[in-house]
Design a protein. Structure first.
Length: 252
C-alpha cells in the first residue's frame, strides 16, 4: 500500500512537472534563444492596423481658402529667405535632442481573507432517538461537515528615477503620404573596451522641426529610443550563461 501511494505521488508529481513545462515551454524557448543578446526593439507599426483600433473624431475648423501672392519672394512655410534649411526629403539630416526625465514611485498592498463553514445533517430521523442505540448507528446523522479558511497578503513597490540628455543626428528614411517623416539615427562611442550606443527612430512632423533643424524627442511619434552598451564592463555585469539557463528552466 505504501509503495502504491508512493508511485501515485510520483506519477502526479511527474504529470504536474510536465504540465508546467508545457505551459512555459514557448516562453522558455524564447528566453533561451535570447541568451547573450540584447533585447530587441519592437518595429514601428501602423497604429490603424492594430486590433481594436478606433479612429478619433474631434471638432475641426472649416477649411479655409489659401491665398497665394504671386509677386512675393517669401515662400509659405519657409523659415529662411532663400531656402528652408529643415529636413524634408529622404536622406536629409536632422538633430534629435533626447531629453528624458522619468520618475516613478508606486506602492501597492492587497489583503484578502475568507472563511467558510458548511454543516448539515439530521438530528432526529423519524424518532430515531427512541429506537435504541443500534438503530441510531444505521440511520443517517450528519450528512456534510466542511470548513475552509483562506487568506493572502500581497505587497509591491516601484521606486525608480531615470534621466537621459544627449543629441544624435538622424536620417530621413521615408516620407509618408501625409508629409510626415520617418527618421532613424544611431550613434556609437567607444571608450577603451566599452561601446556606448544610442538608437533613435520614429515619425516626426515637418512643422515640429525647429529653425535650426533640431527636434525634441518628446515630439516623435512611435518613438524607439535605446541607450546601452557592449564590451567588457557590460559582460561582467550580466549573469553567466549557465545561470541564465537555470533561471529559465527551473520551475521553483
Amino acid at each position: 500500500m505504501f509503495i502504491l501511494m508512493s508511485k501515485n505521488r510520483i506519477v502526479v508529481a511527474g504529470a504536474s512537472l510536465v504540465m508546467v513545462s508545457l505551459a512555459s515551454g514557448c516562453s522558455s524557448i524564447d528566453r533561451l534563444s535570447q541568451i547573450g543578446e540584447q533585447p530587441k526593439l519592437a518595429a514601428i507599426e501602423n497604429p490603424t492596423a492594430q486590433p481594436g483600433y478606433k479612429p478619433v473624431q474631434m471638432p475641426m475648423p472649416k477649411p479655409e481658402t489659401v491665398s497665394y501672392n504671386a509677386n512675393s519672394l517669401w515662400r509659405n512655410g519657409s523659415r529662411a529667405f532663400f531656402r528652408d534649411q529643415r529636413a524634408a526629403r529622404i536622406g536629409d539630416l536632422l538633430t534629435v535632442t533626447v531629453n528624458i526625465t522619468d520618475k516613478a514611485n508606486i506602492a501597492n498592498e492587497t489583503q484578502r481573507s475568507r472563511s467558510n463553514k458548511e454543516d448539515s445533517g439530521i438530528s432526529d430521523f423519524i424518532g430515531a432517538k427512541t429506537l435504541g442505540v443500534q438503530a441510531q448507528k444505521v440511520l443517517p446523522g450528519r450528512i456534510l461537515t466542511a470548513d475552509s479558511t483562506a487568506s493572502s497578503d500581497g505587497k509591491g513597490s516601484v521606486n525608480r528615477q531615470e534621466a537621459l540628455q544627449t543629441n544624435v543626428a538622424a536620417v530621413v528614411t521615408q516620407v509618408l503620404p501625409n508629409g510626415n517623416l520617418v527618421v532613424e539615427g544611431k550613434q556609437e562611442i567607444r571608450v577603451n573596451f566599452e561601446i556606448r550606443e544610442l538608437i533613435v527612430a520614429g515619425i516626426v512632423r515637418p512643422e515640429d522641426i525647429q529653425s535650426d533643424n533640431t527636434i525634441d524627442s518628446s515630439k516623435i511619434a512611435q518613438a524607439r529610443i535605446a541607450y546601452g552598451g557592449r564590451g567588457q564592463i557590460t559582460d561582467v555585469q550580466q549573469p553567466r550563461y549557465g545561470q541564465q539557463v537555470m533561471d529559465v528552466l527551473l520551475p521553483f
